[in-house]
Design a binder for this molecule. Sequence first.
Ligand SMILES: [Zn+2]
Length: 63
Amino acid sequence: MGEINARTPENAWKCSNCGYGLQAPTPPAACPSCGKRCEFLNVTCYTPDCAETGADPRLKPAK
Ligand SMILES: [Zn+2]
């Protein structure tokens, strides 16, 4: 996979089932990690706090 530029306008998503995180314009239909059609939570962070990862660590998927 290509490198992720922190300044790209992509959204950060986290699988509500396994917690797998990825960055893409839209969430995938099926989770690449657990292979299920999970609900992806938008964890995109727009504050400087988490500019390094692009995702807000305070936003956790519901278990
Ligand atoms: Zn998953």
